[in-house]
Design a protein around this ligand. Structure first.
Ligand code: GDP
Length: 360
């Protein structure tokens, strides 16, 4: 499964946020929800469409798509030097599909900041510097090897050229995710080097409660991290929300002037950052959202349900969620000509409600 690694300096609220992630009452009550390992939180992606579908089909249960978060402890200045926690830290990041940085913006004299002051910009720089240094080390080892291989015609020269171009970006202090493509680096060509800063980044700013509605502050923080996505939440508030039922949680959110809980935003943005989307299946047993990559075809999507479905794929009966709900039932959608028969080249759309036909 795809995972998002959570990183950040000490004392920024990572544990608080992660505890909220794994103890969320509202999500746990409405969705099947699990913690596989102590440092992994599987968070359901809230999807109001499933409730509606369950109504249309009389489904017994609802199964949402999920996003997995891994709590990666231990970033400190010097992590890239690979001592102690450093090594494990880098290995954990390497295994993640995206990087979620938690950054402290909240003010609290009782919570010590490792650098003595609250400064989101310099915290981001500290973390990015460690990741950039780790990538530079990887490249320092890889480039001489690639040079030899290119001479011996064992490796395509394009790989070496892109490795050198990536090195330039990193030496200028930029991550490959933020500036690689703009600098003309073909990130796909150097995939085999598993560089950390090519992973998609997502930022969580842990803000004071009254900053939750401070759009000016938020846009200045968003600017700091563009083109990455940013979320603004208060980790302590998320912890409180996690212990409430749905109605109480909604009331608490309203009282601080926010419409969507931070963790829900995190699940949505995380999904987007990973380049994922969902399609839906529905019947009397269950209404369910399935996770696929953007751009996948119908047989690939069928393969998520079962590998046999991909191999034996014949066709898909597809109706968009909106058309299905507008007509009121599958039967009526068919009568209205809204149900399409799609073949193996069909590219899935988010919100397609699908029934696959296949040979086994
Ligand atoms: P970690 O080291 O990044 O995992 O940070 P923790 O989650 O352990 O939090 C460090 C300290 O900051 C704890 O005392 C938390 O209670 C406190 N803390 C976490 N989030 C917030 C917040 O949003 N506001 C305030 N005022 N304190 C917070």
């Amino acid at each position: 499964a795809l995972t998002i690694g959570i990183v950040g300096l000490p004392n920024v609220g990572k544990s608080t946020m992660f505890n909220a992630l794994t103890k969320n009452n509202v999500l746990a009550a409405n969705y099947p929800f699990a913690t596989i390992e102590p440092n992994v939180g599987v968070v359901p992606l809230p999807d109001p469409r499933l409730k509606v579908l369950a109504g249309v089909f009389g489904s017994e249960r609802i199964l949402p798509a999920t996003v997995s978060f891994v709590d990666i402890a231990g970033i400190v200045r010097g992590a890239s030097e690979g001592e102690g926690l450093g090594n494990k830290f880098l290995a954990n990041i390497r295994e993640s599909d995206a990087i979620c940085q938690v950054i402290r913006a909240f003010n609290d004299d009782d919570v010590v900041h490792v650098d003595g002051k609250v400064s989101p910009a310099s915290d981001i720089e500290t973390i990015n510097t460690e990741l950039i240094l780790a990538d530079l080390q990887t490249l320092e080892r890889a480039i001489p090897r690639l040079e030899k291989e290119v001479k011996g015609k064992k490796t395509d020269k394009a790989i070496l050229d892109n490795a050198l171009a990536a090195q330039k970006v990193l030496e200028a202090g930029d991550t490959l995710f933020a500036r690689g493509e703009a600098a003309g680096v073909d990130l796909a060509a150097i995939k085999e080097l598993f560089l950390l800063t090519t992973k998609p980044f997502l930022y969580v700013f842990n803000v004071d409660e009254d900053q939750l509605t401070d759009t000016e502050l938020q846009s200045s923080l968003q600017e700091l991290v563009a083109p990455a996505d940013a979320i603004f939440l208060n980790a302590k508030l998320e912890m409180d929300l996690a212990e409430l039922d749905e109605e109480e949680a909604a009331e608490l959110l309203e009282s601080v002037g926010v419409t969507e809980a931070g963790l829900e935003q995190l699940a949505h943005k995380g999904f987007h950052t990973l380049g994922l989307q969902t399609y839906l299946t529905a019947g009397p047993k269950e209404s369910r959202a399935w996770t696929i990559r953007t751009g996948w075809t119908a047989p690939q999507a069928a393969g998520v349900i079962h590998t046999d479905f991909e191999r034996g794929f014949i066709k898909a009966e597809v109706v968009s969620y909106d058309d299905l709900v507008a007509t009121g039932s599958m039967q009526k959608a068919k009568e209205a000509g809204k149900v399409r028969i799609e073949g193996k080249d069909y590219v899935m759309n988010d919100g397609d409600v699908v029934e696959f036909r296949f040979n086994v």
